[in-house]
Design a protein around this ligand. Structure first.
Ligand code: CUA
Length: 341
C-alpha cells in the first residue's frame, strides 16, 4: 500500500521538476532582471531587497527548526498519558510579539531611508522627455535638440531624469536593471530618474497592459561613456546625408510623395509627421517597430510589405492605412531608409 503511493508520486515529481526547468530556462540573457542593478537607485532597491530577504531567511530557518523539533520531540507516542496542559505564558507571548515588531521597525527604517534617497532628482540631471504611444516609445532631449525612438542613449555616471507622458492609454516605463517602474498616464506628467553605473545596453519593457501589442512595446537604454554619448548627440543633430544611389533617391521620392510623411519625420525634408517614430536617424538604431525587430534591409522590406504580419495591431496596415506597395517601391524605400544614419 505504502509502496504504491510512493510510485504514484513519481510522475508528479517529474512534472514539477520539468516545469521548474522550463521556468528557469525562460529567463534568457535578454530578459533583464533587477537582481543585477546597473544604476545607483536600482542598487539601493536591490540592497534593500537583499536585507529583507536575508532577515526573512533567518526568521524562516528559526521558525522551521523549532517547528520540526517540536513535531518530532513532542509527537504522540503509543501509550502516552495526557501531557501537561498549559494556558498561556506572558513572557513568551510578549517576546514573540516584540521580536517581529522590532524586525519590522528595522525594515521600515531602511525602506524609508531608501525611498528618501531615490526620491530627489539631482539638479544637474540630463533631461529626457519620454512619450508612450501604442506601441512604441518616443524620446526627446529638449536641452540637446535630439529626438529618437525606442533606443535611448545616456552617459554613464550621469543622473538622467525622465518626464513620462502618454499619447493614448496607460503604459509603464520599466528598465529592471536601471530602475523604474513608473506608470505613464495620459493627461499627467510623471517623473523618474536614475544614475547608470555600468556601460552597456539595458532592455526595458512596457509594464502595463496597453492593448494587443503590449508585449511588443519594448525599448533599450544604451549607457555609454560621455565621449561616445557626445558623438551620438552630434550625429543625431545633423540632418541625414542625401541619398547617393539611384535606388535610394527613388526611395526618397516614394517616401516624400507618399503617405509616410503624414506620420513620420525626417529632418531636413518635408516629412514632419509626429504620429509615428521619428525616422531621421533610423539606421543608427539596432531595432525598429518598438524595439522588437532587428533593423536590416530584409526586415525593412518585410515590414513595408506587411507590417501587420510582423507586429499585429500597429497603425500601418497595407491596403488600409497605407497603400499596398509594389516590390519595386519596397526595394527603393528600404534602400532609402537604411541609408538614414
Ligand atoms: Cu504600453 Cu503596455
Amino acid at each position: 500500500m505504502r509502496r504504491s503511493i510512493r510510485l504514484k508520486f513519481i510522475p508528479t515529481l517529474f512534472s514539477i521538476l520539468a516545469l521548474g526547468l522550463l521556468v528557469v530556462t525562460g529567463c534568457s540573457s535578454n530578459s533583464p532582471t533587477w537582481l543585477t542593478p546597473a544604476s545607483t537607485n536600482a542598487a539601493m532597491v536591490t540592497n534593500l531587497f537583499n536585507l529583507i530577504f536575508g532577515v526573512s531567511v533567518v526568521v524562516f530557518v528559526i521558525v522551521e527548526v523549532l517547528l520540526v523539533y517540536s513535531v518530532l520531540r513532542f509527537r504522540r507516542k503509543s501509550n502516552d498519558e495526557m501531557p501537561t496542559q498549559i494556558h498561556g505564558n506572558s513572557r513568551l507571548e510578549i517576546a514573540w510579539t516584540l521580536a517581529p515588531a522590532i524586525v519590522l521597525v528595522i525594515v521600515f527604517a531602511f525602506t524609508l531611508q531608501t525611498l528618501n534617497a531615490i526620491e530627489e532628482t539631482p539638479a544637474n540631471a540630463l533631461k529626457v522627455k519620454v512619450t508612450g504611444y501604442q506601441w512604441w516609445w518616443a524620446a526627446e532631449y529638449p536641452e540637446l535638440g535630439v529626438t529618437t525612438a525606442s533606443e535611448l542613449h545616456v552617459p554613464v555616471n550621469q543622473a538622467v531624469s525622465f518626464t513620462l507622458e502618454s499619447k493614448d492609454v496607460i503604459h509603464s516605463f520599466w528598465v529592471p536593471e536601471l530602475g523604474g517602474k513608473r506608470d505613464v498616464v495620459p493627461g499627467k506628467v510623471n517623473t523618474t530618474w536614475f544614475r547608470p553605473t555600468k556601460v552597456g545596453t539595458f532592455y526595458g519593457q512596457c509594464a502595463e497592459f496597453c492593448g494587443v501589442a503590449h508585449a511588443n512595446m519594448r525599448f533599450a537604454i544604451i549607457v555609454e561613456t560621455q565621449e561616445d554619448f557626445n558623438k551620438w548627440v552630434g550625429d543625431q543633430k545633423k540632418d541625414p546625408a542625401a541619398p547617393v544611389s539611384d535606388l535610394a533617391k527613388q526611395g526618397e521620392q516614394e517616401f516624400l510623395k507618399g503617405i509616410c510623411i503624414a506620420c513620420h519625420t525626417v529632418n531636413g525634408t518635408v516629412a514632419k509627421g509626429v504620429a509615428g517614430p521619428n525616422l531621421t536617424h533610423l539606421s543608427s538604431r539596432k531595432t525598429f517597430a518598438g524595439g522588437t525587430i532587428v533593423l536590416n534591409k530584409d526586415n525593412l522590406k518585410a515590414w513595408l510589405k506587411d507590417p501587420q504580419a510582423l507586429k499585429p495591431g500597429n497603425l500601418m496596415e497595407a491596403g488600409k492605412t497605407i497603400p499596398r506597395l509594389t516590390n519595386a517601391q519596397i526595394n527603393a524605400l528600404a534602400e532609402y531608409l537604411s541609408g538614414l544614419k
